[in-house]
Design a binder for this molecule. Sequence first.
Ligand code: GDP
Ligand code: MG
Length: 598
Amino acid sequence: ARQSHIRNFSIVAHIDHGKSTISDRILEATHTVTEREMQDQLLDTMELERERGITIKMNAVEVHYQANDGETYIFHLVDTPGHVDFSYEVSRSLAAADGAILVVDAAQGVEAQTLANVYLAIENDLEVLPVINKIDLPAADPEAVRTEIEDVIGIDASEAVMASAKKGIGIPELLEQIVAKIPAPEGDLEAPLQALIFDSAYDSYRGVILTVRVKHGIVKPGDKIRFMNSGAEYEVTEVGVNSPHAIKRDYLMAGDIGYIAASIKNIRDARPGDTITNVQRPAAEPLPGYQPMTPMVYSGLYPTDNSKYNDLREALEKLQLNDASLEFEPETSQALGFGFRTGFLGLLHMDVIQERLEREFDMELITTAPSVTYHAYQAEDEMIEVANPSEMPDAGQIKWIEEPYVHAQIIVPNDYVGAVMELAQRKRGEFDTMDYLDANRVNVKYHMPLSEIIFDFFDKLKSSTRGYASLDYEVEGYRKSDLIKIDVLLNGDKVDALSFIVHKDFAQERGRIITAKLKQIIPRRNFEIPVQAAIGAKIIARSTIKAFRKDVTSKIHTGDPDRRAKLLDKQKRGKKRMKSVGTVDVPQEAFMAVLRAE
Ligand code: GDP
Ligand code: MG
């Protein structure tokens, strides 16, 4: 009987369309948190999420809703991120849900990640409830958005909830629709336990905490459980739900979403995607897991202090538990020492991981510029994967290079189509198709090198469309390109961590830009430092860092002691993020200089 009163759903949308605010309203309307506890985007608990105002991690909470039929329903709600880099979080949460609430901004309409996320929900056979949010905005056009959802996505939106999460409009109706339209979980209470791990986190007291969807059976403290893929066995110490604080339960049963703790210390035993079963009465087969995500970009992570190498490995392992898309393996750099080549789903993901390593694990890092994985062919059937540009063999040793291409879709108002096409062309894009979403907006598709997208395409796209364009992409394969490696020499020595790969047509210009940039970034010494960019033995650009003279702060002719203190403080922090490479001190910023276009 309890099972028929459970509703499991995810909230999906393009970034900023109001997922987290709708979650807030649901928590309030169901009295899950007290008025005193309530704050905006309550489920965005990570410090970084609050600072940046974005959701990075999915969050599963249980709320209890007393419906108009007089019955009390148990909702397990999963708020998800909207940014393309975190789509793995979305797909994992959808595998645990029976329905999805699709939020669309009434002023902006369907955007690139609206499409990407709703298709994930449809692929998972989920019931999709459309919600048109922000109807309070002066620019809102809910009826047009309703038509757009029907025409572009192809789902029935005739009963779409018209909402303003900000003003609390439409929330009662949404809660009723959840009860009426999202199916109750099906699952056999009597069957052997099968619980899908869809998220996990490390807790220093309780070990690994697993977030699971119980598909069949029941699990309770004292049970001996087995991870069907890793084979590891543990005894359950605690089960419960987050609401939003952890609440212990006597058991979790088929249909429930909750957490399991089992004093798991070995992080590798308990990967998201694995199935938990009971040792005494095991299930025959694991549940289908997740498609593993292949990282899009790689960068080198190095501790500023070489003795912290093992700490960094441990931190990465713990973070990997909470971020199933993170990948890393050891690498060595002549310039930077021992570190890890780390794979990310995109630049925002990379940025978030670096910040989390610094904040949550107290690491101080030097990170090298992100790079895609190239395929270098030495013969037709002899290919090496190169995720670190410095490892690209010299031109004479390879026949050709291939690079990853993406299929990109850009949704943009009519007026900016020209600007988008010009930009895409400049970034080596190959036009595919163009479809009108309605009278004013267009979905333009291009084939583009992934490296151009990560370089500065998104920023340029936003600035050339006054912020109106949205972008989504997926890797479609490798193509042959005319690429070459550029090495950077400081004081005559090649610095491996500064090598990068570019298209031949951009080589000269990028060489010039990087030498000019490094000249600004690298601190002066008491001798002259030549900065050179080279292709093989051929120098293509150079600049010179003049010998050092004065203290930086003496140049500030201001009586403001505050500003001086701030500058000194910044200098001090900057200094920490410095690596001595031969006789030259190279600050963190320098390793990212290749990302700058001008
Ligand atoms: P998410 O990225 O989808 O989780 O979006 P958030 O819930 O973080 O909301 C993004 C921004 O839109 C925040 O500044 C919210 O305050 C604002 N917002 C959310 N819902 C509404 C609404 O109904 N009306 C208006 N005017 N703003 C809203
Ligand atoms: Mg959010």
